[in-house]
Design a protein around this ligand. Sequence first.
Ligand code: CA
Length: 229
Amino acid sequence: MAKAPYVLVVEDEAALADLLRYNLEKEGYRVSVARDGEEALVVAAEETPDLVVLDWMLPKAPGVEVCRRLRGRQDTRNTPIVMLTARVEESDRIRGLDTGADDYITKPFSMSELLARLRAVMRRIRPGLADDKIVCGDIVMDRAQHRVKRRGREVRLGPTEFRILDHLMQHPGRVFSREQLLDAVWGSDVYVEARTVDVHIGRLRKALMVGEEADPIRTVRSAGYAIED
Ligand code: CA
């Protein structure tokens, strides 16, 4: 078996650091926690992390400085870095700074959203390392095998329904408009009517629900669709 991917969590808030460690270990990652920027650089030098989750507000060296220093080192030059920031405005500001982080997530975040984002980053940068199983409630998607199961039952989906479900499951709880789903699933250069999305959502629901099973997809009137977290 391949060695479990190694994640360095840099977070001074002990409760959040513990929560991150617990959930990441549950996902099968190996985890080290550093409480400040200096410690992060020391720990990262001991064993090169496969991924760094980096808080923006840190004692000693701020997250942005840690990010730059990691980028400047040979062994961590290409290590994916996901920044945690406190507010939406802060994320926007950090984006503008071009710190070299691969993704940003705004506190407070749901653990499933963070894990989905980390999986996406890992997949993009090191396809071999990513866990290709996504779980949402009682639905399990195996992306490598292109299979979906609900409560152990095989769900047969057409390619479009599969891509819609994949997109929704990667961002559990988040509402996507028809236009956003069109862009994500069909691509922005293809002309497809927005109503087509409704048709495929209908087919997806039908495939996912057998008998009395609850509808996992939430319709938000005049806004779009989301999968329950
Ligand atoms: Ca902090």
